[in-house]
Design a protein around this ligand. Structure first.
Ligand code: ACO
Ligand SMILES: O=CC(=O)O
Ligand code: MG
Length: 701
């Protein structure tokens, strides 16, 4: 890397310094000199606090490790365990009942219920697709996935037999959601449809019909000149679903951003989204394509009045958590700056382009900046975020609480003290979300010394996770989040299993969650159907009456307790974990790709990100620590799976095989370290090793 720019006692990578000065600050009214001097002060103030809280994490972890070692082999006495957690300050007192007081929140978050899409920020083609995923074609979603229960499409262009099944399924959705006074949408022949609930008719866009149900719009596209519409008796060409109400532009677990070069790319895409001028050019189907953010959509209501609906998803940006540092900025002592502080300042500054309307399109209509903060451990760390956002607002001249926060409930200390965490950010909180993937990783790591954990697939049915999901909703409702903020559920991590998603993911709104994560625009379009099937806000009223489950189950550790696995079961568990780890890490370290679809041992492509990697690596480390398997067995699994992953990637010209010479592969070494050094990784996180190996690879050119 070139020399740093020295400024107010800190050092800034020139790429970042120039990007901020040339592309971000102009037009915002924030003075360049004042900005850098205020930024240096902010780092000086917050970096030591950040370090103290990380040291506290380590201290608590070592106290918990000691407790388990002292209780070695004995069944856990829940009362004694909780008393111990209170004594060390892991569990804190509950705050007195309170309600959040967040203001100026966009309706997509506060009063609407629908899917939330997550997208890696480094990929401009994907982020634009995500922004545009506010509306999705139901015909395409049915045609292209197994959500449609019909024979697969015949190769060689449009298959009319499958097409007919798609149209039938889409019209069945219309019948279910927008019933006609008599008959079916199959019999609709044009004009204003005779809806059983006429208020569902919201307007027209040319010939197309706009309908509304449970707060979500659906456009029935009428076009006699369209290849599908021309053969339909009513010229219906598609059914467009209002789908991803909100999107998380992810700078955390789905990206590999290790230095100024990567960070500036992520910030550039966020700037393009906040201004509305991001464009991506790429090759698709042998042709060059260009993608931009869609404009808003124009309609006319029944009285002839024009109105628009948002054309894009409302965007959050996920900053990194408190753990990592980044060489993009060095502190006065020459150490790397905490990356979460950089993200907090820079993503907020960039969002001022939206607040001030400096670009072509707007994100928030209520003047808010939406930041998702991941991986916070307990209320003190939430207070740090709150104070940081206060300081950023002061630095940028923004009104107090302009910056809103989404709190990921994905670490055990946060789940166990959730009301206190919400209280710490009560004037700016706009969501809680159960990030069950990281949360599972933290469940394993926290009790690493307690014994061998159940098999990975059995985690989902453990007491702790059921309690975690239920408590999150119940506490969110008790803190007055309904109608003001999102109570969100986690990711559907099997992007190709849409039939299963349609069957299972209605469980998320059923719990009272008004949003849940999906991995792709297609999944958003399909998951939107669930919010038509169920009125979440009515459901929240029912759930609110059920009370908050006690802590006991949440704190029941998923130990296998004497379970004897067969040699075959152990090998399959190790192989499955090793395959996921290697398949993901090889693309992360070698190619800088932070989210991948990796086949599991059943050949189901699973979304892998740093959180799923945390689970797999912690699980292997745990079984090795407690002698369920030996180090030799782990090495054998890694080697076997390296060959398998090499085979799976044979078609990728950028791929560097691992199996022939594993010692020469930085990716293989990283994967191995993640398991063999898993016990000592902070909270079991994978970022420190991934970053170190990726930086090594970049340095080697
Ligand atoms: C625990 C957590 O933190 S979860 C949060 C982190 N996870 C994520 O962000 C998941 C994001 N999703 C993804 O990256 C991808 O969907 C993957 C890697 C899971 C699967 O990818 P694939 O199925 O191989 O998708 P593929 O690369 O074939 O893309 C197919 C199309 O879908 C689009 N697409 C896929 N995922 C997304 C997404 N999340 N947002 C926007 N568009 C997407 C692509 O743009 C592409 O369309 P295009 O050709 O018109 O551009
Ligand atoms: O960030 C989400 C998770 O599940 O972890
Ligand atoms: Mg997570």
């Amino acid at each position: 890397m070139s020399e740093y720019v020295s400024q107010n006692g800190i050092q800034i990578a020139p790429l970042l310094f120039d990007f901020i000065n040339d592309r971000v600050l102009p037009g915002t009214g924030v003075d360049q000199d004042q900005f850098w001097s205020g930024f240096a002060d902010l780092l000086g103030q917050f970096a030591p606090r950040n370090a103290e809280l990380l040291a506290k994490r380590e201290k608590l972890q070592s106290q918990i490790d000691d407790w388990h070692q002292a209780n070695n082999g004995k069944p856990i006495d829940q009362a004694a365990y909780q008393a111990f957690l209170k004594e060390i300050g892991y569990l804190v007192d509950e705050p007195a009942p309170f309600a959040i007081t967040t203001e100026n929140v966009d309706p997509e978050i506060a009063t609407m219920a629908g899917p939330q899409l997550v997208v890696p920020s480094l990929n401009d083609r994907f982020v634009l697709n995500a922004a545009n995923a506010r509306w999705g074609s139901l015909y395409d979603a049915f045609y292209g996935t197994d959500a449609l229960d019909a024979a697969s499409a015949q190769p060689g262009g449009y298959d009319p037999v499958r097409g007919a099944a798609v149209i039938k399924a889409a019209k069945a959705f219309l019948d279910e959601t927008f019933p006609l006074t008599s008959g079916s949408w199959n019999d609709y022949r044009g004009g204003v449809p005779a809806l059983a609930a006429p208020a569902q008719f919201a307007g027209r866009n040319g010939d197309s019909l706009l309908l509304k149900h449970n707060g979500l719009h659906v456009e029935v596209v009428i076009n006699a000149n369209h290849p599908i519409g021309k053969d339909d008796p009513a010229h219906i060409a598609d059914v467009l679903m209002e789908a991803a109400l909100t999107t998380v532009i992810d700078m955390e677990d789905s990206v590999a951003a290790v230095d100024a070069e990567d960070k500036v790319l992520a910030y550039t895409n966020w700037l393009g989204l906040m201004r509305g001028d991001l464009a991506a050019k790429f090759m698709k189907g042998g042709k060059e394509a260009e993608r931009r953010a869609n404009p808003d959509r124009n309609y006319v209501d029944q009285d002839g009045n024009s109105f628009t609906l948002p054309g894009r998803s409302l965007m959050f940006v996920r900053n990194v958590g408190h753990l990592m540092t980044n060489p993009a900025v060095l502190l006065s002592d020459g150490s790397e700056a905490p990356e979460g502080l950089l993200d907090g300042v820079f993503t907020s500054l960039i969002a001022m382009h939206d607040l001030q309307g400096l670009g072509d399109l707007r994100n928030s209509k209520t003047g808010s900046i939406y930041i998702v903060k991941p991986k916070m451990h307990g209320p003190e760390e939430c207070t740090l975020t709150n104070d940081l956002f206060d300081a950023v607002e002061d630095l940028l001249g923004l009104a107090r609480n302009t910056i809103k926060v989404g709190v990921m409930d994905e670490e055990r200390r946060t789940s166990a003290n959730l009301a206190a965490c919400i209280h710490a950010v009560k004037d700016r909180i706009v969501f809680i979300n159960t990030g069950f993937l990281d949360r599972t990783g933290d469940e394993i790591h926290t009790s690493m010394q307690g014994g061998a954990m159940v098999a990975k697939a059995d985690m989902k049915s453990s007491d702790w996770i059921q309690s975690y999901e239920a408590r999150n909703v119940a506490i969110g409702l008790a803190c007055g989040m309904s109608g003001k903020a999102q109570i969100g559920k986690g990711m559907w991590a099997a992007p190709d299993m849409m039939a299963d998603m349609m069957e299972q993911k209605i469980g998320h709104p059923m719990t009272g969650a008004n949003t849940a994560w999906v991995p792709s625009p297609t999944a958003a379009t399909l998951h939107a159907i669930h919010y038509h099937r169920l009125d979440v806000f009515a459901r929240q009223k029912e759930v609110a009456g059920e009370g908050i489950p006690a802590l006991d189950k949440l704190l029941t550790i998923p130990l296998a307790e004497g379970h004897n696995w067969s040699a075959d079961e152990i090998e399959r568990e190790l192989d499955n974990n090793a395959q996921g780890i290697l398949g993901y890490v090889v693309r992360w370290v070698d190619q800088g790709i932070g989210c991948s679809k990796v086949p599991d041992i059943h050949d189901v492509g699973l979304m892998e990100d740093r959180a799923t990697l945390r689970i797999s690596s912690q699980h292997m480390a745990n079984w090795m620590l407690h002698g369920v398997c030996s180090a030799e067995q782990v090495d054998a699994a890694l080697l076997r799976m390296a060959a398998k992953v090499d085979g799976q990637n044979a078609g990728d010209p950028l791929y560097r095989p691992m199996a022939d010479d594993p010692k020469a592969s930085l990716a293989f070494q990283a994967a191995r370290d993640l398991v063999f050094k898993g016990v000592e990784q902070p909270s079991g996180y994978t970022e420190p090793l991934l970053h170190a190996y990726r930086l090594k690879l970049k340095a080697a050119g």
